[in-house]
Write a protein that binds this ligand. Sequence first.
Ligand SMILES: Cc1cc2nc3c(=O)[nH]c(=O)nc-3n(C[C@H](O)[C@H](O)[C@H](O)COP(=O)(O)OP(=O)(O)OC[C@H]3O[C@@H](n4cnc5c(N)ncnc54)[C@H](O)[C@@H]3O)c2cc1C
Length: 171
Amino acid sequence: MNTVDVSKLREIFGEENIKTDPSDLYAFGSDSSVHHAMPWAVVRPDSTEQVQKLMTYANEALIPVIPRGGGSGMCGQTVPVKGGIVLDMKHMNRILEINLPDVYCRVEPGVVDDDLNLALKPHGMFYPPPRFLAHRHHRRGDSQQRFGGPVREIRCHKRRGFGHESGAAHR
Ligand SMILES: Cc1cc2nc3c(=O)[nH]c(=O)nc-3n(C[C@H](O)[C@H](O)[C@H](O)COP(=O)(O)OP(=O)(O)OC[C@H]3O[C@@H](n4cnc5c(N)ncnc54)[C@H](O)[C@@H]3O)c2cc1C
């Protein structure tokens, strides 16, 4: 049963970052799998504080919360099978730190792989996702899924000569 208090969501996120219209919600009911289920609401946080407030509210009201990156997962992980609130991370797309000496970066969960690679390119570094999806994968969705590809963690890789050699430990 849909028990979401929309006024509470409005208070946390502002009207423009909430979707409750069924035609909007439909698109957030599936990922790249064949599964579909309607969420009760979709919210777009811009900060950690907003996510914390949502989780406090949802925990008290026992409402499922489903974080969503690019929605490219193929097993239905973002499908809200029990309803609930989809947490669309698109607005949290800031690259916080590129640490060259220690070869790591800190990014918000909505950073798209391609954007990270644009920022890394001047430093001769790259993160290697599959090219056909790099415009859509988000950093957090990848790590949550233990996305394999050529690497298994959020680490920058250094390009050397012809080959691509890891500049960081694999997990
Ligand atoms: C054509 C194709 C080929 C693929 N090939 C491979 C492959 O070769 N190897 C491989 O390992 N994978 C592969 N994948 C799967 C790939 O791992 C996922 O598509 C990608 O990692 C999901 O990223 P996303 O941002 O779209 O996450 P989503 O699909 O949006 O979410 C994936 C999971 O992460 C969770 N999540 C998302 N954001 C957050 C957050 N901020 N906090 C907590 N949880 C979060 C979601 O709730 C969900 O459970 C492929 C996918 C496609 C479509």
